[in-house]
Design a protein around this ligand. Structure first.
Ligand SMILES: Cc1ncc(COP(=O)(O)O)c(C=O)c1O
Length: 368
């Protein structure tokens, strides 16, 4: 039987191949590859899509978070040694960006149902050095933003979205990317809005931050060879921008298909050994991942693989247990640590075929 890949990017991108080729040819023919019209065009389109006044295309999602923090450091909102609240349950990039700016990530455990940062646990971690909260919309589900906003306002903290997994998710009528002071996106190829290489963006309504971040992403310069800040070289290139403009046109359609597949899984997977994801609100989860839990996760994963069904684990080791953060190895963050043993991501992408979806459900229901 044909294996079901966890993600089939060849099939996913094959749907847009002729438009991609047209876009790439246009860039080749233009003779202009960095900081040109394609980047400007995509930035306008993505800002309009998210509902923000600014979008700055950058090199990748990690840099997008770093640049927001660097921007706030330039503004004097935070300085080296200050603390930033981050979820313990995320991809390492969220914390790395903080550490790489000389700031201190303070890890907060997640809510057992949504897997997103638990706002009720944040207050215990707020100190006089806390300057911001980074909310990750994990697996595509928007974090509990209304509660995070109240805390941010109460303690005068910046609220930053790590929206790397939630392009197009809608919360209280507004898109991810427009729900806080600034937001970071990744367009890594596997994302709901994926490029054909590394790419990222920042969205914000803050004019001053936008201006600073734009300069920071281009060697700290907004005037050629004149450098205001010690910036990075992190720019969305013309080819990726042209590809993203194509992909953006299909994002809502693709997200609808993801939500439809997720609904099918949720309505049809019936196995007492499997815990299904909890969705607060249908629009606020765009299912970058469909993550189930099982106390027999590793056996279940092997069983599915024997049936040709590939899965993934997001994430097998919490950030505070990684060697990169070995100084934190003795802290205990119970729910994040429990999840690392139990979570399993199923194949879910717009080009997944109906027969593949049915095969996955059938296999899960037969697992004993
Ligand atoms: C939650 C989260 N934040 C940040 C990133 C970093 O993005 P990139 O890989 O584009 O640097 C990723 C993506 O991999 C992510 O999933």
């Amino acid at each position: 039987m044909e294996p079901i890949l966890f993600l089939n990017l060849q099939r996913e991108n094959g749907r847009y191949a002729s438009e991609f080729k047209g876009a790439v040819s246009r860039v080749i023919d233009s003779g202009w590859y960095i900081l040109g019209e394609e980047k400007e065009k995509f930035e306008k389109e993505f800002a309009a899509y998210c509902g923000t006044t600014h979008c700055i295309g950058v090199g990748n999602g990690l840099d997008a978070i770093r640049l927001i923090l660097m921007g706030y450091m330039v503004q004097g909102v935070m300085q080296e040694g200050d603390e930033i609240i981050v979820p313990a349950n995320s991809f390492i990039a969220t914390a790395l960006a903080v550490s790489q700016c000389g700031l201190k990530p303070v890890f907060v455990d997640c809510d057992i149902h949504t897997y997103n940062i638990d706002p009720t646990l944040i207050l215990k971690k707020v100190s006089s050095k806390t300057k911001a909260i980074i909310a990750v919309h994990l697996y595509g589900q928007v974090a509990i933003m209304d509660e995070l906003r109240v805390i941010a306002r109460q303690y005068d903290l910046k609220l930053i979205e790590d929206a790397a997994q939630a392009h197009g998710a809608i919360y209280e009528g507004k898109k991810a990317g427009s729900l806080a002071d600034a937001a970071a996106f990744s367009f890594y190829p596997v994302k709901n809005l994926g490029a054909l290489g590394d790419a990222g963006a920042i969205t914000t309504n803050d004019d001053n931050l936008s201006e600073i971040v734009r300069a920071l992403s281009n060697y700290g310069s907004d005037d050629k060879y004149i450098h205001k800040y010690k910036g990075l070289n992190s720019r969305l290139d013309e080819i990726q921008a042209a590809i993203l403009s194509v992909r953006l046109r299909y994002l809502d359609q693709d997200n609808r298909r993801r939500i439809e597949i997720a609904r099918y899984y949720s309505e049809n997977i019936k196995n007492p050994q499997i815990i299904l994801p909890v969705v607060d609100n249908a629009e606020s989860h765009v299912f970058h991942q469909y993550v189930i839990r099982s106390s027999r996760r590793d056996r279940l994963r092997r069983y599915l693989l024997d049936k040709g069904i590939h899965t993934q684990i997001h994430y097998p080791l919490s950030i505070h247990k990684q060697e990169a953060y070995s100084k934190l190895k003795n802290i205990v963050i119970p729910i994040a640590e429990c999840l690392q043993e139990e979570v399993l991501s199923l194949p879910l992408y717009p080009s997944l075929k109906s027969e593949e979806i049915h095969r996955i459900v059938e296999a899960l229901n037969q697992f004993s």
